[in-house]
Design a protein around this ligand. Structure first.
Ligand code: UDP
Ligand code: MG
Length: 317
């Protein structure tokens, strides 16, 4: 009988210093898993260093190594989507290529899958050498998203996870352009289990998540899974409307009953400023939602493939 196949999906953006070490550690772990066959899918997401060349070299030495090279940098989540589209495994493991996610943990992910869990995701107990700023902002992000979103996301959950092919099929059929897998996967449901781990510091190179990428990632996550920001606007509008009525009644009272109208324009100015800024905020939030709708409506591809190696037939769709 043929062994079951497990796909390992590795998104790569300028990871030349990590690829060989990652491959060695990965192979050491995979060699202990005698019951399974593996395909190792590198997704080159617009690297401008020698990452693609290193992956090509590996694919010449080891026919389990396959790759998809994208036409430019489409982002981490899009690179994962490309990997999931091509993966043929009975289970698919997504893991970062910078060795922050220890490949040795794959054994535990597989054991949980064998126990019947369709999703085994990992949660970082601690991240070595994480900056104070990243720690605080990540903390705020997870609190905020859990406060407003319909799905519950484990704080500090990572993009290191195993999913059964059944979950992968559901993801492939999801027409959504903008993917936020840390929300999408808990949203799908089925039997899910978490494993805690300590994330290492990067083996080599530096993070591709600049402040602006982090911010876009956070906004995308919140807007994909929550309409609460729109409720906040409605709440603010109702509050302002009530406050305005009370204030107007008060002004009428002063003018016509007590005869002590307030001189000057300060109160008018304050009212204009408050209402003006709330209106701007409301317009901005609704504008972001309509931009997201526009973005989805265009139905452009999530990623564009330049070249691939190791896939005999069309990707699963
Ligand atoms: N990555 C990617 N495209 C990007 C940014 C990152 O494919 O535009 C990959 C990167 O090579 C790594 C993973 O996604 O394998 C996580 O990225 P990174 O380590 O920079 O993020 P951090 O761990 O700092 O959140
Ligand atoms: Mg990293």
């Amino acid at each position: 009988m043929k062994n079951k196949l497990i796909s390992i999906v590795l998104p790569l953006h300028n990871e030349e210093g990590n690829i060989n070490e990652l491959y060695q550690r990965l192979i050491r772990t995979l060699n202990t898993e005698k019951k399974y066959d593996f395909e190792i899918i590198f997704v080159n997401d617009g690297s401008i260093d020698s990452s693609l060349k290193l992956v090509k070299d590996l694919s010449l030495r080891d026919n389990r190594v396959k790759y998809i090279s994208l036409s430019r940098n489409f982002g981490h989540q899009a690179a994962l989507t490309a990997g999931l589209t091509y993966a043929k495994g009975d289970a698919i493991i997504m893991i970062d290529a910078d060795l922050q996610h220890p490949p040795e943990l794959i054994t535990e992910l597989i054991t949980c899958w064998e126990d019947g869990y369709q999703v085994v995701y990992t949660v970082r107990d601690e991240t070595k050498d994480i900056s104070f700023f990243k720690k605080i902002t990540a903390n705020i992000f997870y609190r905020l998203i859990n406060l407003v979103s319909q799905v519950k996301i484990d704080p500090n959950s990572s993009d290191f996870r195993l999913i059964d092919s059944k979950i992968c099929d559901i993801i492939r059929q999801n027409p959504e352009r903008e993917r936020f897998y840390r929300g999408l996967i808990p949203w799908i449901g089925f039997r899910q289990k978490s494993i805690r781990f300590c994330a290492d510091s990067r083996f080599s190179g530096k993070t591709s998540y600049t402040l602006s990428k982090m911010l876009r990632f956070a906004i995308s996550g919140i807007l994909s899974f929550s309409f609460v920001p729109l409720l906040v606007i409605i709440g603010l509008s109702i509050f302002l409307a009530i406050a305005s009525i009370i204030y107007i009644l008060f002004v009428f009272y002063q003018k016509f009953i007590s005869g002590q109208a307030i001189p000057g324009q300060a109160s008018v100015l304050i009212a204009i400023l408050i209402i003006g800024s709330v209106q701007l905020l409301a317009i901005s939030i609704t504008a972001i939602y309509s931009y997201k709708t526009y973005h989805e409506a265009k139905r452009r591809p999530i990623y564009i493939v330049d070249e691939t190696k190791g896939f005999n037939d069309e990707p699963k769709s």
